[in-house]
Structures are given as C-alpha cells and as structure tokens.
Design a protein. Structure first.
Length: 282
C-alpha cells in the first residue's frame, strides 16, 4: 500500500490540512504522514501481541537507517525524505518511542510524565512537518512543539471514553486526585460534576498550549504554516464543541461536520492569501 492510499484511508483531520501545499511538498508530507500512521497502527493493533508489535517497530527503526530485505516501498520513501530535508533520524525514532509507550504505559502519575508522551507522538511530528513545509524563523520550532501539545491534549479529551475501554488512562493521576475523581469512577465511566470539572481543567491546559503556539508563530512564516494553522483551527473547533456539550465523551464520538471543516479550511486559506507569498518554488 502506498503513502497516498494510507493517508486517504485514514480519514484523518491531518490529511485535510495538506490542501494548501504545492504538489511536491504535499507528496512529501503524505509520505511522512503515512509513516506516522503505519507505526501508530502497529501499536494500536488488536491482532498483534506486544512482542510482535515491538519487533515490527524495531524493524522500522532499522529501515530508517538502511534498506532491509522485503521492506515496504514506504520505507524507501521515508529515507528519501530524511536525505532531502536533512531530517535527524533521531526525530523519527522519537516518534516510534512515543507509540511504544502505549505498549507498556497505561497510567501517567503526573502531567510532566504525560507531556513526554505528547511531545513524542505530536510535537515531534510537528517538528518534522515544519521542515517539509519550509520556514525561515527558528521560533517555528517552538510553535510546532506547542501546537503538538495542544492537538494531543485535545485528542486525549476527545478519546477518554474509548481509551478507558482499552484500559488506558491518559488523564494524569494527580489531576484525578485534584478533583476527587477516582480511577475506578473513570473506568466505570461515571459522569458527574467532578468529572466535568476535571475535563474543564484539561481543556484550559489545551487552550493554553494553543495560545502559546499562536504567540510563537513568526509573522514571516504564517503562510508556510497554513497546513498547521488549518489543523489548529479544526481542533480548536472540536475542543469547543466537546466543552459546550459538557464533555459527554463516554456516550458520544465528537467530530466536526464536513461543512464545519470546510469552513475552517476556507478561513485559513483566506488568511493565507492576505500574507505575502513565500519565496520558495516548491
């Protein structure tokens, strides 16, 4: 299966953001996204044992460095990206390390520990993505880090119900204690005012990361970061919808409609058109 097919079948919000890119950058970001999708699917597979998952992720680490027998076409394409954009292989290995955490870590005592996970599976994805998008100001790296944390916290808020069904709790245990909402209540999907307060706290945290990202985005790179800004807009809308519905994440799967997504994409593309075009030909 090629990168474009993997991306199309994922039906992810992330794929929507690529509409603003030129043909070459779009092709390259799709390859990178397909890599992220494949390793994430390995970690989330219900058909593979933990040992099998570890072996497949280890094989991907090998393939980042050199060709291996019977490797998928995607591996060659990813190595091409590494060479083309001078990507540190350690960054892609960090993403693999992030999904590997899901194989052994089911609880996070503190937010600082959760932050390591969020950084690996989201912020590092952003750091690689901006190399493909192209940027001028090094402050874009902080923008990518903060936006990644915001997006991943939104994912965690949205997926609380699904995650507890799989035995995973990403909400920090220190936060559960802060609002006197026990792990057993969460596992039993108890919806009460203490749960709402807990989730409001997580939402404020996500919003702060969104604000940090907005403050870090250099003016000269706003056009280049249009794909990331589209993602941020879609996820802010999703977060707002969940909040207005008072976090009924045990009974609902939240998403924006196609019209809402299209409206947000159009708004970001319009903002992009108001900026001076990039001086790159890709």
């Amino acid at each position: 299966m090629n990168a474009a097919t993997i991306t199309r079948q994922s039906k992810s919000n992330l794929a929507l953001a690529f509409i603003s890119l030129g043909r070459e950058r779009k092709r390259d970001i799709i390859i990178f996204y397909a890599f992220c999708r494949v390793i994430d699917d390995i970690a989330d597979s219900s058909e593979l044992s933990v040992v099998e998952k570890q072996l497949r992720l280890a094989k991907w680490r090998q393939m980042l460095h050199a060709a291996t027998p019977d490797e998928p076409l995607l591996a060659r394409d990813v190595r091409g990206l590494i060479a083309k954009y001078s990507l540190p292989i350690e960054m892609l290995e960090e993403i693999i390390a992030g999904v590997e955490m899901d194989l052994s870590t089911l609880r996070y005592p503190t937010f600082e520990e959760l932050r390591v996970y969020c950084y690996r599976v989201a912020s590092v994805v952003g750091l690689v993505s901006i190399e493909i998008f192209g940027y001028r100001n090094l402050r874009c790296k902080q923008y990518a880090i903060e936006l990644g944390l915001a997006l991943q916290m939104t994912n965690i808020i949205r997926d609380v119900g699904k995650d507890v069904q799989n035995g995973r709790i990403y909400l920090p245990q220190e936060d559960l204690a802060r609002f006197d909402y026990s792990e057993s209540e969460l596992m039993q999907r108890h919806y009460n005012e203490r749960f709402v307060q807990l989730m409001e706290f997580q939402t404020r945290r996500a919003r702060q990361f969104f604000a940090n990202a907005a403050a870090a985005l250099p003016a000269e790179d706003r056009r280049a970061m249009t794909p990331a800004e589209i993602m941020g807009s879609v996820y802010r809308g999703l977060l707002r919808r969940i909040e207005l519905d008072r976090f009924r994440v045990f009974e609902k799967v939240y998403q924006l409609s196609k019209f809402e997504k299209a409206s947000r994409i159009a708004a970001q593309l319009f903002k992009c058109s108001l900026n001076v075009p990039r001086q790159t030909s890709v």
